[in-house]
Design a protein around this ligand. Structure first.
Ligand SMILES: C[S@@+](CC[C@H](N)C(=O)[O-])C[C@H]1O[C@@H](n2cnc3c(N)ncnc32)[C@H](O)[C@@H]1O
Length: 218
């Protein structure tokens, strides 16, 4: 492992806004985010596969009345989000380093108010279908920690993932589905507050359309 990565991991270990294996809080945070992590007891918005955390930080800057948790498995990416949140003095931001498959080890039923899935790997091979973050096995997990009224938002450049998600929802109880295949030419755009992630910028530079879906699980 490179020196830089080791340095970043060491800083993550000391950072109060990073929850990861090896810290005591990692095993006790479930059900306690608003008691022990955040200074204000506020609704919790979860970003899944947050990468460098641009969306979590962007939304948190616009919405101090919510608490935001970015989750990702990669420590070096979480490091970037953690440092930026500290520089911006955003006390309503935390990062959880974990595989999304284990999300229920960190959240009680109804602990999450909203979920954002931003530019996940579309996992296009048939053999990878179960890895897609809108597969029913993941929707089942989200449903167990999300409030009944909570929206799930998906932003992606992948029309295939969008179509897969729409197909999945045909057989999965949901409500209030709304979507566009071209976010930047849609009425949804103002809600995104101009926030772009690293991957979004890459896809836009290649001229790709950005798809956006939101729905509630029923
Ligand atoms: C394509 S990147 C997108 C990152 C960021 N959302 C963006 O838009 O720039 C997907 C991210 O999801 C994370 N990821 C993929 N599978 C994951 C899993 N099972 N659990 C946690 N994170 C995962 C990766 O580490 C990566 O940072």
């Amino acid at each position: 492992m490179g020196k830089n990565k080791l340095k970043r991991f060491a800083i993550n270990e000391q950072s109060e806004n990073v929850i990861q294996a090896g810290k005591q809080i990692y095993t006790t945070i479930k059900g306690n985010w608003n008691k022990v992590q955040f200074p204000h007891n506020q609704p919790i918005i979860l970003e899944i596969g947050c990468g460098n955390g641009e969306y979590t930080i962007g939304l948190a800057s616009h919405h101090p009345e919510f608490n935001f948790i970015g989750t990702d498995i990669k420590g070096a990416r979480i490091f970037k989000g953690s440092v930026e949140a500290k520089e911006k003095k955003l006390t309503n931001v935390a990062f959880l380093r974990c595989r999304i498959e284990y999300i229920l080890e960190f959240f009680e039923p109804n602990e999450v108010d909203e979920i954002w899935i931003t530019f996940p790997d579309p996992q296009l091979k048939d053999s990878r279908e179960k890895q897609r973050l809108t597969h029913t096995r993941f929707l089942d997990l989200y449903k167990k920690c999300l409030k009944p009224q909570g929206f799930i938002h998906l932003k992606t450049d992948s029309r295939e993932l969008t179509d897969f998600t729409l197909e999945t929802l045909k057989n999965y109880p949901h409500k209030d589905l709304a979507y566009t295949f071209d976010l930047y030419n849609s009425d949804f755009l103002p809600n995104h507050k101009g926030i772009q992630t690293k991957y979004e910028r890459m896809f836009l530079a290649k001229g790709k359309l950005i798809n956006y879906l939101k729905f509630r699980l029923d």
